[in-house]
Design a protein around this ligand. Sequence first.
Ligand code: SF4
Length: 210
Amino acid sequence: MTDINYIKNLRVPSKENPLRILMSACLTGLACGYDGTSYGDYPASARILKYDTVRISRFCPEEFSFGTPREMCDIHGGTGIDVLEGRAKVLTESGKDWTKGMINASEKMLAFAIQENVELAIMMDVSAACGSQVIYSGNRFGENKVHQIGAGVCGAQLIRNGIKVISQRDYASLEILMTKIDHGYIADAKLKDHHESDWHKEYFNTDKKL
Ligand code: SF4
């Protein structure tokens, strides 16, 4: 779940002192997806790229460890934090064990985030690496694919080291972020973060749990 108060309390940046943001490289348009694409357009996050009040540091952890193109992978037996703590594995669609490579990638991404002194990360959700809110549970192929609440391995690595992460689907947070980087921007108060969406509430039955 996102921490929207953190976004509200972010400083107002300037051209001279831009907001330092880490982004999944595919969200910046880099063709680093498993299939050699950038997975399409995500305008709610991509629009920030044109502002000089933001400094973007982009990184693709899977490309770092496995190259592009590559197999698709998912987490089996838990979430990203379980992988980091040895209770779950990252397996490719053909069954290769990429757990170690993914942990290495998460450590490299964390080191890059620290080096760049980032104040926020915007990451591609559902990815076994970059997910921060929702990921697959086990293999995503076939009709029986199952989602779970949780972060991917790199998302979990950043979060447990104190870096705030939002996803490209956290539209309320992204709206507030826009008001910080564009002083004339008026946020659309009707937009919601992913965990507040109808899909999320229905799929995870969270209305009854909250
Ligand atoms: S989601 Fe993350 S690991 Fe996957 S292509 Fe994008 S940057 Fe790379």
